[in-house]
Ligand binder design. Sequence first.
Ligand code: SAH
Ligand code: SF4
Ligand code: F3S
Length: 453
Amino acid sequence: MTENSEKRVFIRTYGCQMNVYDSERMSESLAKAGYAATDRAEDADLVVLNTCHIREKAAEKVYSEVGRMRQLREQRGKGLTIAVTGCVAQAEGAEIQRRAPAVDLVVGPQSYHRLPELVARAEQGETALVETDFPVESKFDHLPEERSASTGAAAFLTVQEGCDKFCSFCVVPYTRGAEESRPVDSVLAEAERLAGQGVREITLLGQNVNAYHGAAPNGAAGSWNLAQLLRALGEISGLQRLRFTTSHPKDMDDDLLAAFAENPKLMPYLHLPVQSGSDPILKAMNRSHTAAEYLDIIERLRNIRPDMAISGDFIVGFPGESDADFADTLKIVTAVNYAQAYSFKYSPRPGTPAAGVEFHVPEEVKSQRLEALQQLLNEQQLAFNQSCVGRRLSLLLERPGKEDAQLIGRSPYMQSVHVLAPQHRMGQIVDVDITSAGPNSLKGKITMAQKAA
Ligand code: SAH
Ligand code: SF4
Ligand code: F3S
């Protein structure tokens, strides 16, 4: 390809890890169609905004970004195709182009394999291109098999997409559609390719990853659950660490709990959102579990694997949440003792059942509750980090630090750990003595034996 014909794509990713994974796959399929990736929108011929619809703030970001891209297009007087993908694309569809006519095409998450063709049509002047159907063919069968060479030592791999849980606050069942699991064969093949490219750690992704039930391999009847899939992944040489996210308490079965003891590659860290500690609120959220049931899972997990680090998601100010309900949330946080957590103010989402009810909690009450919750969660996170000082942990060195000769790696418990190490150790797993801890990261020293290695 001559330099003139080389086109460039700039992809901006919002939202969750699945969007990160999807952006990588879109980048690969666009590369095949002649678009090299750039991290500068100024150089791009095509901009892809891969959006998130989970809260109002996230969804609104796309419109200001489209405005910036439109300005860029006008300033430089050269063509620039603007595509909106992801969950806003799915939720708002043609409405996006009514609100932001600068957008050339809108593509929902189930149609990414058609992106190159749609981009080509937009470039030929076709307007109002909107592709938000849930096609019968699976996109996974059509996206390129090769992962790009830039894949680092840790990679995401989507094994399940969509959600049938319909929590009353959540847009995901509408934006990602019904729960669908990828066949075991297809997951193992992608994992083997990744391992062959030097990937040491894989995080399996799914909106309800522990509900995984992919078609059994080699044409065998039936399906495999997540514990079975993790066992098979554990046998791939080169792969040394496995994780999965996000899980729902309802699908945390005994097999999967046992995997934390039986599968040596499965890291002792679990992200298990509870959202609230109040049973009436959990019921109104349609979470289909109680606070006691959640605590029971945590207790069983810790019996199986005492050093298990737990992470969670919380929503404060769900409609009808009283002071007593919120106190129950603080209570469950105290009981669990989280290593890490994400917490949000409830954001009413169009089309979800909770948005239509009465008794919305005033904004200032939401703010106060969020502050109180985050203070407790931050204390727990710092205490957990401090409890690691003096311990020897394994690290997968993943990225350069800010200082010279510094690398940042992840501990088994997902903490970022800074160490002094030469660049060539990137991608390796090393043992590190933890020397200090802050709220968001740790510092450590590579052990003497490893230094000599
Ligand atoms: N099971 C999903 C959850 C996706 S949403 C997964 O794969 O990660 C991530 C988190 O966003 C949820 O756990 C919830 O805490 C929060 N969230 C979802 N809808 C929300 C809303 N309407 N307002 C505030 N927070 C919300
Ligand atoms: Fe949303 Fe609930 Fe499904 Fe998670 S389980 S994606 S919070 S509906
Ligand atoms: Fe956002 Fe869609 Fe992920 S709404 S959190 S990008 S599944």
